[in-house]
Design a protein. Sequence first.
Length: 350
Amino acid sequence: MRGIFQKFARDEGRPQFTIDCPAINANSIKVQVKACALSLIDSKVLLELFKKTPQSEYPVGQEIAGIVIETGEAVTAVTSGDRVAGLLPLDSTVSGCGEFCVFHEYDVVKIPDSIEFSNAAATLKDGIKAYTALHYNAHVCSGDTVLILDGATSFGSMAVQLAICWGAKVLTTASDEEEKRYLESLVPAPAQVIELSGKSDFLVGAVLDETGGLGVDCVIDNGVHMFTSEEDSRILVDEMRHPLPSKYDIISSLAVGGRWVTSQFDLQLDPPNSEMLYLKGASVSYLFEHVWTMSAGQQGRYQHILLDLMDKVAHNVLRVNINKTVSFEKTVETLRRLSDIRIGKAVTLL
């Protein structure tokens, strides 16, 4: 059995990938991996999670679809031969990006025969993240107006489609003409696609024009411009490849009682930012999709999310955009260039 792991070497700018074999324990299920959607966890998040018990290497690939080939004695939810999909926990010792992987039985759900393994795998992480942001963090309901930043990314497109499905009016952003064309091709399409083209200061005006000066009920970001000084901002603009909104832009776009859902784990709010949020009666919540698999306290809700996502994919309510598929042998090369893929998802097929 093979699996791909990453090491964060102090003298290396990028993760290094080595091959190892996953182990199985008596209380788990072994899955023959058919597809693994590719994404990398921020090294700072992993190092913080394992601060007390640092690891020499971390598994690569959490978004898995495959066939159950072996079950433990206590397993009742699935049986050998079932088609399943699931998200490996971040503290898993096995790599999902390989021939086989090991799951807890409640970390997977059965998938219908009508769903291809690649589509099931590509739905998982971004679908769970979008579901968590919209339903559990922002409590979005029919009639709300939602601003989703970077709507053409794999997470953004899932969030756009889910929000529209639930009756929300969706505004989203694109960083270039290609992303804008993709977003406008969605059926149904978002109410407005705001092309930033390197100028995030255009965002607030476009949002207020579309909402009659009221602002949106919810903003879901994909990163935030953290710096406020002119010099720091200039350095960041030179380094970043796609525009990021500032904290001021996001808060200014919120309506009274608005909700800001952020993926920026090191977000720092300055006193003027807090004052603006206070005067609007607005709130900030943090989005971390792996929280579901890091604790056993909410497994019922997590199972519901997975089942609902698979049902929506089976009925074409959610349309998965796969940018490219690669073989196991080319996975390492693809992972090193993963940041170049803005639209859609990369998937390893085995």
